[in-house]
Design a protein around this ligand. Structure first.
Ligand code: ATP
Ligand code: MG
Length: 433
């Protein structure tokens, strides 16, 4: 049986032109305003707000009292007549004939949904369902949804095939980060840190251009504002192309996402000087980055990875989005293609002025070189047999990258903490909700 409210309208679907029409809406009681002779209920739905106006002398007494008593954030369904009203949201009000309280909210609320009283991030995350009722947080997750859709469309238009690789894996790891062990029947297994090895194996399958948007798991111990223990990665891998081609793909994708978000009306909630980055992004080598850092007095030696403070100094100096290329082999994974005659490799990081957004490289596609690289990192080639096998029977040259969805959103929206863009973030302390 259909509920009578299923033909309800969103608050934004009604306008002053509907004056005199009979409508029904449903949503949460956002605010109540008592002016004595007139009582206003501001009802909030996903799209916006509607003002429900009750004149004490004109309306049924019982209805008036019920409206006054309904606690804020209760869920209500309203039926009534539209009246044009310049001062109300969307320039109309509803004169109610029926008010049905579908769910009564407790009187003490964990958060203020009007945004007038701010709350700590922890408090907001503890009551996330409530936090998403505030305008700004709601917009974050609508933007997140649209960004993911735009990225899927972008990759689809360019001929990518979306794949799903396993998140439960055996011991072999690309290194660089700690893994979460799990019990897999009689054996130990791990949550995958990235789809890297599997997406490369699929290059040998002939699928040619593959992408995956999926969770990655990393046992990052430190409590930082840019690390999650469960993040979402956009991964691509492309056969028969060079590093430069996948870097162009990445900068095009970033520019497209920015221009799409620039047109999103809810962007006002973020107080941003929102600029669409210009392509091509600047490219500097690792060597050049080290020179900049040394000039700025940063303690760093050639061969070391960039610390957060180094990233900040570079960001301040270079600004905008930029690539760092030609990294020392020692600090990049075994699958990055070495540059002949040097101790660097064909790897790149995409940097935002505040942090790293993506990492990628030209991949080693020679079985012998890959095996030697794995061993030179002190890893056992045997445990990588499942991966190495894919390189023995016809593996094209290929390149690819992984881009963190949360880092992209956080940097784009000027947010200080990566947890802001995850509905239910996982970090060292947070496993619930
Ligand atoms: P960082 O050095 O900043 O910790 P990383 O080099 O370890 O990152 P990669 O292994 O290169 O990360 O992963 C590719 C991308 O995935 C990163 O550029 C980042 O956008 C995202 N990413 C990686 N780890 C995390 C994490 N713990 N939380 C959020 N995003 C992450
Ligand atoms: Mg990286």
């Amino acid at each position: 049986m259909k509920l009578p409210i299923e033909n309800r309208k969103y608050s934004t679907e009604i306008t002053a032109d509907d004056d005199g029409e009979h409508v029904s809406i449903a949503g949460w009681v956002h605010e109540k305003r008592d002016l004595g002779g007139v009582f206003f209920l501001i009802v909030r739905d996903r799209e916006g707000f509607a003002q429900v106006t009750l004149h004490k002398r004109k309306v049924d007494k019982e209805l008036f009292e019920r409206a006054k008593k309904v606690p804020r954030e209760s869920v209500v369904a309203i039926e009534g007549i539209v009246k044009s009203e310049q001062k109300a949201p969307n320039e109309y009000e509803i004169i109610p004939e029926r008010i049905e309280v579908l769910s009564v909210a407790s009187h003490v609320l964990p958060l203020d949904t009007t945004g007038k009283v701010g709350a700590e991030l922890d408090t907001r995350l503890d009551a996330r369902f409530m936090d998403v009722r505030t305008e700004r947080t709601k917009h974050i997750f609508i933007i997140r949804s649209r960004v993911l859709k735009a990225i899927r469309d972008f990759l689809d238009e360019r001929g990518f095939i979306e794949i799903n690789t396993p998140k439960i894996v055996s011991a072999a790891t690309e290194g660089g980060t700690a893994l979460f062990p799990i019990t897999y029947f009689e054996r130990e297994a791990f949550l995958n840190q990235s789809p890297q090895l599997y997406k490369q194996m699929l290059i040998a399958s002939g699928l040619d251009k593959v992408c995956e948007i999926a969770p990655i798991f990393r046992a990052e111990e430190h409590d930082t504002t840019k690390h999650l223990n469960e993040a979402t990665s956009i991964d691509v891998e492309v056969a028969f192309v060079s590093n430069e081609t996948v870097m162009q793909l990445l900068e095009e994708l970033i520019a497209l996402v920015y221009s799409m978000v620039a047109a999103y009306p809810g962007l006002d909630s973020f107080n941003l000087d929102f600029k669409i980055p210009k392509t091509p992004f600047r490219r500097i080598t690792y060597d050049e980055a080290i020179d900049v850092l040394l000039e700025r007095g940063e303690q760093i030696e050639w061969g070391e990875d960039l610390s957060t403070s180094a990233e900040h100094i570079l960001g301040k100096t270079i600004g905008e989005h930029y690539f760092i290329t030609d990294w020392p082999r020692a600090i990049k994974p075994f699958y990055a293609q070495p540059i002949e005659g040097k101790d660097t490799c064909d790897a790149f990081d995409l940097m935002h002025p505040r942090l790293e957004l993506a990492s990628g490289s030209q991949r080693v596609h020679s079985y012998e070189l890959l095996k030697a690289n794995i061993e030179s990192k002190g890893l056992s080639a045997d445990s990588f047999e499942f991966y190495l096998n894919a390189f023995r029977y016809g593996m094209p040259p290929h390149a690819g990258w992984g881009l963190g969805v949360e880092r992209l959103l956080m940097s784009m929206l000027g947010l200080d903490n990566v947890r802001e863009v995850v509905l239910f973030p996982r970090d060292r302390r947070r496993l619930v909700p």
